[in-house]
Design a protein around this ligand. Structure first.
Ligand SMILES: Cc1cc2nc3c(=O)[nH]c(=O)nc-3n(C[C@H](O)[C@H](O)[C@H](O)COP(=O)(O)O)c2cc1C
Length: 225
């Protein structure tokens, strides 16, 4: 069994989400003998943001899979005749995107350190998620609508936020961090998603400690299956 560990906090050793995601990985290592773990720090080792090259590569794969027809198919075909972005940096971007996607596809369990930044997720994490949105790999278009293809994976999110956003907080409507992650992973078919949450960590040292202890207590009893 393989686990992919992702971190995205810019706060280094002070990071709450990094502490929680590392604890989750230790918990899984303890409970799943032989577990293979790979790690990507999206701050130290970022993936490229979307670009004309990565967009072209995605359209091309859709076109080759016969998933584009009508006007859009003509547009893509014309774009390909007009020449793909072939310079070395464009090729590197597409390759790096595919490496991130392959790392995700190879994993059975994905542990994601995901702080709330400005009510959403860090842009580094968003760029990684953009790599995963791959037609034909993580979702497909069918006659009855979109079908997620990543349904066999389990995702555990180590969520940290300075304020309180869980219901019944009046701030709940401003949570575009956990709600976004739930929506995206749901879109690609993941139904087994768990949030381990430390909230209110910027509301004084006592609350920070309480939030951390409560999240670590949840991790201590996290079931491997
Ligand atoms: C750039 C930045 C933006 C932030 N935006 C929010 C926010 O919108 N809402 C909030 O409650 N906390 C916000 N915070 C506080 C973080 O969510 C909190 O410090 C959390 O612990 C960050 O996770 P980390 O410690 O793993 O970096 C922000 C922190 C940073 C550095």
């Amino acid at each position: 069994m393989k686990l992919l560990h992702i971190d995205s906090s810019i706060s280094g050793a002070e990071s709450v989400s990094r502490q929680l995601s590392a604890s989750i990985v230790i918990r899984f290592k303890d409970t799943l003998p032989g577990l293979g773990v790979s790690y990507r720090d999206l701050v130290a080792d970022p993936v490229p943001h979307q670009s004309p090259a990565t967009r072209f590569a995605k359209l091309k794969s859709l076109y080759e899979a016969g998933a584009l027809d009508g006007k859009i198919g003509e547009v893509v075909a014309a774009a390909m005749r007009g020449g793909a972005p072939v310079d070395a940096s464009a090729q590197d971007e597409v390759a790096a995107t595919n490496v991130a996607l392959d790392e995700f596809l190879a994993a059975d369990i994905v542990v994601i350190g995901a702080p709330m930044y400005n009510f959403g997720i860090p842009s580094q994490l968003k760029a990684w998620i953009d790599c995963l949105a791959a037609p034909g790999k993580t979702f497909s278009y069918t006659a009855t609508g979109v079908e997620g293809l990543a349904g066999s994976k389990r995702v555990i999110v180590a969520s940290s936020r300075g304020g309180f956003y869980s219901a019944p907080s009046p701030m709940a409507f401003m949570d575009h961090q956990e709600t976004f992650l739930t929506s995206f992973f749901g879109f690609i078919g993941v139904t087994d998603i768990t949030f381990v949450r430390a909230e209110g960590v910027n509301q004084g040292p006592e609350q920070r400690q309480r939030a951390l202890e409560s999240a670590l207590a949840e991790i201590a009893v996290l079931k491997a299956a």
